[in-house]
Design a protein around this ligand. Structure first.
Ligand SMILES: C[S@@+](CC[C@H](N)C(=O)[O-])C[C@H]1O[C@@H](n2cnc3c(N)ncnc32)[C@H](O)[C@@H]1O
Length: 337
């Protein structure tokens, strides 16, 4: 039912099971220090809101998103991996956010097989191995430079470390109990394909937990986000999960505490989306050939230009958390910022 409601640009029906006053997709939720809401799409009842939105699948050619490409992302992380743990985590992806985002993954058995896709330097994996034995966890990433950092982390020394592509996972069908991916979807040229892969590699009853950015509503932040990479809308995540075949799809909002729930600038780590695999085997969704063939040669000048423009746009999102932190210091507690 829900997937029917979510195809194409059309009215969406949103159910919120912990709704503060006036919560909407684009408004600030003002929840300093309190858990952010879990959103769920269901059939219409008298507790629903209806809103218009457009839903996309893979990156349209008209959309720049200069680093939503595998090669540009590779080079981006060639450099960012040097400072990743010192720059990204304090500003965008803190330990308490990570633990909050992993909570809906139900990592409730130390013997579970878990894959952490786009696992990078292993920051999210460090949250996973609190609940699951590390020798049951595989970290996959397309960047050997990011993985080299994960290898150096003591609690991850027993994890399997694999170089690979999120859109073409080197795991058997019905392999894992949990699929986790944090902050990686924004670089995938075809996010629907990556989520279809999440479905395939999970066992019957297994759960996917995908943590990712949310689209800004403030015009300047939206401009820089759209130049940089993919910041999906919340309803897009739900659509991709449902199209892949997941059931019980839920979306939980997350964000740094000092944002006081503000979401208008978008968030690089803005929500945690979960879904359960209801039947064994591959996803029922059929897709054509891959969006981006990494084997194909690319014009190095175009690659460099895209990389430079994308990286430039990304610097805006270094400034935004600093600005929000300053506002949080100045504006009296309890007031919206
Ligand atoms: C923002 S980092 C997130 C790292 C880690 N999950 C964390 O929580 O800190 C994004 C990671 O996704 C990886 N990545 C991007 N595109 C990918 C793809 N198509 N397949 C696998 N990994 C990818 C990047 O190399 C990078 O390490």
């Amino acid at each position: 039912m829900a997937s029917l409601m979510l195809s194409g640009a059309q009215n969406l029906t949103l159910f919120t099971n912990r709704i503060p006053n006036g919560l909407g997709f684009t408004s600030s939720s003002g929840l300093h220090g309190k858990p952010l809401p879990i959103l769920r799409f269901i059939a219409p009842t008298n507790r629903v809101r209806t809103l218009n939105c457009s839903v996309s699948s893979s990156r349209p050619t008209s959309q720049p998103r200069f680093i939503q490409h595998k090669k540009e992302a590779f080079w981006f992380y060639r450099f960012l991996s040097i400072v990743y743990d010192h720059v990204i985590n304090p500003g965008h992806w803190t330990e308490d956010m990570r633990d909050d985002a992993l909570e809906p993954a139900d990592l409730n058995d130390r013997n579970m097989l878990v894959v952490d896709v786009g696992g990078g330097t292993g920051f999210t994996t460090l949250g996973i191995v609190k609940h699951v034995d590390s020798n049951n966890v595989t970290i996959l990433d397309q960047s050997p430079h990011q993985l080299a950092k994960a290898k150096q982390k003591k609690p991850l020394k027993d994890c399997k470390i694999v170089e690979g592509d999120a859109e073409d996972l080197p795991f058997l069908t019905d392999y894992a109990d949990r699929y986790v991916s944090a902050g990686s979807i924004e670089y995938w040229p075809d996010p629907q394909r990556g989520i279809k892969e999440a479905y395939r590699v999970l066992k019957l009853g297994g759960k996917a937990c995908l943590i990712g950015p949310v689209h800004p509503t403030f015009w300047l932040s939206r401009f820089f986000a759209d130049v940089w990479m993919l910041f999906p809308k919340e309803e897009e995540y739900v659509e991709w999960f449902e199209k892949a075949g997941f059931k019980d799809v839920q979306l939980k909002r997350i964000g740094p505490k000092w944002y006081r729930g503000v979401r208008r600038h978008g968030l690089i780590m803005g929500c945690s989306v979960t879904g359960v695999k209801p039947a064994s085997g591959d996803s029922p969704l059929q897709l054509g050939p891959k969006e981006e063939d990494v084997e194909k040669p690319v014009n190095p000048f175009v690659l460099l230009l895209r990389f430079a423009l994308g990286a430039l746009a990304a610097t805006w999102f270094v400034l935004v958390p600093i600005y929000m932190w300053l506002k949080d210091q100045v504006v009296p507690k309890g007031q919206p910022i």
